[in-house]
Design a protein around this ligand. Structure first.
Ligand code: PGA
Length: 251
C-alpha cells in the first residue's frame, strides 16, 4: 500500500465573482509564507473562475479542480462541460456525484460512475462523493446506502492515483452538525475495506475525505480520525484564512 498523503479540498459551489480571486491569491501567499503543509491543497471554484484561478495558482502548489463534468467529452449538451475542457483549463481534479447534484439534478450513481470514467480518460482525478441522508441514517441504513453508491459510482479500472472518495453525510453539509468520531470512523473503515476488497493495494491507498461542516475549529479533531485522509470543505473554503485554518490540521 502506498503511503497516503492527505488532501484538503475547497468546494466553492455556486459562489464567487472575479473579485473573489483575492481569496485564492491570499491562500497562495499564506501557503508560501507559512510552515509547509503535510497535505495537498485543492480549490474547486465555479467554472467561470477556472481560467483566472489557473493563472493565480500557478507555482503555488495549490491544485485546481472543477465541481462537475459531463459523461461525454463534447457534443450537443447545452450548458454542460466535458472533462477534456476542464483539463484544458488547467484542472487536475473534478468532483462528481456531490449530493447537491444528486438531489438538484437527479444524478444517480450509474451516471456518477460514467462521469468519473470520463474524468479518468481525460487525465483528471475524480473526487467521488457518497453519503447518506438524515432519514437513511435514522433508519440504520447508512452503510447499505454508502455501499450501493460506492459500487455503482466508482469505475472498474480506477486507480489510487486518479480516484478520491469523499464521505459527506447529506445532513452534515452546511448544517453545522457533524457525526460523532465513532460514526465517522465506522463509515471510513467500511469504505476503506470495500475499496481494498475491490481494488486491492490500489483501493487501500485511495484517499477517503470527510466532508460536512468542517471548520478551522473542528478540523484537527476530525482529521485525526483513522482512515480520514483529508477534508472536502464547502462554506469554510470561501475565505483563505478559514481554509488555511483547516490546512493547519496538517502542520
Ligand atoms: P460544508 O459543505 O463544508 O459547507 O458543509 C461541504 C460540501 O458540500 O462539500
Amino acid at each position: 500500500m502506498t503511503e497516503v498523503r492527505a488532501l484538503v479540498a475547497g468546494n466553492w459551489k455556486m459562489n464567487g465573482l472575479r473579485a473573489s480571486a483575492n481569496e485564492a491569491s491570499e491562500l497562495a501567499d499564506l501557503l508560501r509564507h507559512g510552515d509547509e503543509a503535510a497535505c495537498d491543497v485543492l480549490l474547486c471554484p465555479p467554472f467561470t473562475l477556472l481560467m483566472p484561478f489557473s493563472h493565480i495558482l500557478e507555482g503555488s502548489g495549490i491544485e485546481l479542480g472543477a465541481q462537475d463534468c459531463h459523461r461525454a467529452n463534447s457534443g450537443p449538451h447545452t450548458g454542460d462541460i466535458g472533462a477534456p475542457m476542464l483539463r484544458d483549463a488547467g484542472c487536475e481534479y473534478v468532483i462528481v456525484g456531490h449530493s447537491e447534484r444528486r438531489t438538484n439534478h437527479g444524478e444517480d450513481s450509474q451516471l456518477v460512475g460514467e462521469k468519473a470514467r470520463a474524468a479518468h480518460e481525460a487525465g483528471l482525478t475524480a473526487i467521488i462523493c457518497v453519503g447518506e441522508s438524515r432519514s437513511e441514517r435514522k433508519a440504520g441504513r447508512t452503510l447499505d446506502v454508502v455501499d450501493q453508491q460506492l459500487q455503482a459510482s466508482i469505475p472498474g479500472n480506477s486507480r489510487f492515483q486518479n480516484t478520491v472518495i469523499a464521505y459527506e453525510p447529506v445532513w452534515a453539509i452546511g448544517s453545522g452538525e457533524t457525526p460523532s468520531r465513532a460514526e465517522i470512523s465506522e463509515v471510513h473503515a467500511f469504505i476503506h475495506k470495500r475499496l481494498a476488497n475491490r481494488f486491492g493495494g490500489d483501493g487501500a491507498s485511495m484517499r477517503i475525505l470527510y466532508g460536512g461542516s468542517v471548520t478551522p475549529k473542528n478540523a484537527r479533531d476530525l482529521m485525526s480520525i483513522r482512515n480520514v485522509n483529508g477534508a472536502l470543505v464547502g462554506g469554510a473554503s470561501l475565505r483563505a484564512i478559514d481554509l488555511n485554518g483547516i490546512i493547519e490540521a496538517y502542520r
